[in-house]
Design a protein around this ligand. Sequence first.
Ligand code: PMP
Length: 363
Amino acid sequence: LEWAAPGVADLRPYQPGKPLAELERELGIRHAIKLASNENPLGPSPKALSAVSAALPGLALYPESTAPELRQALARHLQVEPVQIILGNGSNEVLELAARAFAGPGSEVIVSQYAFAVYGIVAQASGALLRLAPARDFGHDLDAMAGLVNERTRLVFIANPNNPTGTHLGRDALETFIDSLPAHALVVLDEAYFELMNAADYPDGLRWLPRFANLLVTRTFSKAYGLAGLRCGYGVGHPDLIALLERVREPFNVNTLAQVAAHAALFDSAYLQATLANNRAGLEQIQRGLLRLGLTTLPAAGNFIAFAVPGGAARVYGALLQQGVIVRPLQPYGMPEHLRVSVGLPEENQRFLTVLAEVLEKS
Ligand code: PMP
């Protein structure tokens, strides 16, 4: 073990939400629900499913390594050039590519307390020094983050909105922050929930790309587009930045089915509209229910809400599991009093709220 690369020895693996099939096996039931990983409860887009079926006979061949058709379509959709886009095996891989290309021994990476856990993992695994900025009201404190910038800073991770806290940064504050950074500090602006956001001051990071060459915006097909199981995400930035990331990308990183499904999902606007409508209603339903139970919530953002169960989060998590309802404990994020729930179908949200009420009443 002492031969592990520096930084790896004290890493803890990412802890995903408990898989649905695992819980159903454990409980011997078939009707558990998973509201733990901010997945799309509508299932994949029918157009994506047809595209996957049509692509099955081609699976003996390697995928097209640079995903040209998907990249073209995305470029048109986002109004950028194809050379500004890199595709990843989930946006997680794009985060890792950024660390591989820019961080490493001797460099520093800035991350906020309570930020999405993958940032710390990819930064530390690269051998970089992780600089953790204390949060403000559970959100990114840009002043604290700016205070950590020095000549060794290579990456600054920003989650907008942040998962798991639901906090988001407004347009002006974020633009001023990016503008203040030296050119050697790359901002990775993670917009995994972009399509699901409707706050008036929520910025579209792509609009800043003409101004900032040190900005990489990441997005994903895992959330609004309902393709978490296929793993497809992307980064958008200056062509020179993308070219650097391409140097460290493994060939064939995005599989054939992911490429065709993502392409089809991009053009399924009926599915996206249904997703947004279900999500808006679900966030309201869950938030109202949690407030009625006297629980304090963090901001509802994207497709999830974190809420506090002072002194009882671990027990409530376990009791919900026993009733076949999987939510996410936030103890690994250093928030042992909080749980996070993802928006499901209306009846799933209701089942979560009903079981939660019963569990709280018993305690
Ligand atoms: N960033 C954030 C903030 C997320 O919440 C997630 C998914 N949980 C991701 C990135 C990664 O998503 P994926 O790799 O599926 O694109």
